[in-house]
Structure formats: structure tokens, C-alpha cells
Design a protein around this ligand. Structure first.
Ligand SMILES: Nc1ncnc2c1ncn2[C@@H]1O[C@H](COP(=O)(O)OP(=O)(O)OP(=O)(O)O)[C@@H](O)[C@H]1O
Ligand SMILES: [Mg+2]
Length: 197
């Protein structure tokens, strides 16, 4: 954010190659941090593993999927949380394909509506390699934060994901986060992780 003071990205997709690398953890923590600065909305776009509405009260069955289906106004899908400045949109009752290309325009409109109310919109998504949703979302956000995790993310998976994002002409990758790195392990010191053969 600080390095892009004049044009800070406002809609940020948290993506990764595979399940369990830490996207949701990253999305929640980033959203909580940003909410201390400006109104922030955390959007659950992972219909496969929607957990945000169990992390934040109130739990609701309604959410983004219903907005995209046209059965719920956006304003009724946005829920306050205990964290000042932070709202969430739960995944909702998403039909199969709710975030596919056919719904890209509906999602774009939804994000435009959220921009009017929030300074930052953090989008949690399913993994890039097995599911198309994140790839589609990557084309309608301002930037992507890409998460990798030691012992889980292979070099090949990371390379393939970055290729896939380039193919769909994704928004810029703002940061690559090495989640859950053990800072006292020698391999991760001096930023050498990426160069180890
Ligand atoms: N830095 C961390 N330290 C310890 N545990 C972590 C860390 N990051 C994530 N975890 C744990 O790892 C598990 C997977 O993390 P998370 O749910 O954030 O991954 P994800 O990429 O969203 O997975 P999925 O693609 O299945 O939704 C969770 O139990 C989470 O609490
Ligand atoms: Mg997740």
C-alpha cells in the first residue's frame, strides 16, 4: 500500500495454487488490519469451503451467491462484524458456476457497488489450479496477493499458477506471501528460499 500511495489498490484478491496454503487466514488478517485504517469489506468467494461466516458473527446462509443470482440486494448481503470498520459478505447459497465467466459481469457490478461504500475490498477465493473461480476473479480486481506455504506449495505449482494468471491477463500480483515460514530455519533466512535447488 505504501509503495503505491497515489493509486493504492482497493479490491484485492487473495489467491494461491492449492488448498490449505493460507488464503483465508491471510484474507482475514489483512482485512482486520486494513479496517483499522478505512472501511473494509471481506468477501467470501469460496463456495467450496466457505468459512468466513463461521469466523465472524452473525452466521448467515445468505450472501454473495444470492446477490449474483439476483435474489438479494447487495446491501442485505453485507454484515457488520465485531471488528470496527470491518464488514463481511458470506458466500451465500451459490449455485454451481456462480462465479464463472457468465457471472463475471454480475461480480464486476457487485464490486463496483462495494467500492462506493468501502475503501478496501478483500476477496477470499478457492485455489487457482483446481478451480476456475479465482482465475476469473483475478481479472476484475485491482491486484492479487499470492500465497505460498513451505512444505505444501511446490515450485511447479507456483510456476503453473503464475502462468495461468498471466494467460487470463490477471490484475497485477502485488505481493507473494510465504505463509507460515519458520523464520528460525536457515533455509528461509536472507530471502534464500526461492533460490534453493
Ligand atoms: N501462518 C499460519 N500458522 C499456523 N497455522 C496456519 C497459518 N496459516 C494458515 N494456518 C492454518 O492452516 C489451515 C489452512 O489455512 P487456510 O484455511 O487459511 O488456507 P486456505 O488457503 O484458505 O485453504 P482452502 O483453499 O482450503 O480454503 C487452517 O487450519 C489455518 O488455521
Ligand atoms: Mg480458504
Amino acid at each position: 500500500m505504501l509503495s503505491r500511495l497515489h493509486h493504492p489498490p482497493r479490491v484485492i484478491l487473495i489467491a494461491s495454487s492449492l488448498p490449505g496454503e493460507g488464503k483465508t487466514t491471510m484474507a482475514v488478517n489483512l482485512a482486520v488490519a486494513l479496517a483499522q485504517q478505512s472501511p473494509t469489506c471481506l468477501v467470501d468467494c469460496d463456495r467450496r469451503n466457505s468459512v468466513l461466516s463461521s469466523i465472524f458473527e452473525p452466521v448467515s446462509e445468505l450472501g454473495l451467491g444470492d446477490v449474483l443470482a439476483g435474489t438479494l440486494p447487495l446491501s442485505e448481503a453485507v454484515f457488520d462484524t465485531d471488528v470496527p470498520g470491518l464488514c463481511v459478505i458470506p458466500c451465500g447459497r451459490a449455485a454451481e458456476g456462480a462465479y464463472d465467466l457468465a457471472n463475471r459481469e454480475a461480480m464486476k457490478e457487485t464490486l463496483a457497488g462495494l467500492r462506493e461504500r468501502f475503501q478496501f475490498i478483500i476477496v477470499d477465493s478457492p485455489p487457482i489450479l483446481p478451480y476456475a473461480d479465482g482465475r476469473v476473479l483475478s481479472t476484475i480486481v485491482d491486484g492479487v496477493v499470492f500465497v505460498g506455504r513451505p512444505h505444501l506449495t511446490t515450485r511447479e505449482a507456483m510456476r503453473r499458477s503464475l502462468e495461468v494468471l498471466a494467460q487470463v491477463n490477471s490484475a497485477p500480483i502485488l505481493e507473494v506471501v510465504l505463509n507460515a515460514a519458520e523464520s528460525d530455519v536457515a533455509d528461509y533466512q536472507y530471502y534464500r528460499y526461492g533460490y534453493k535447488s
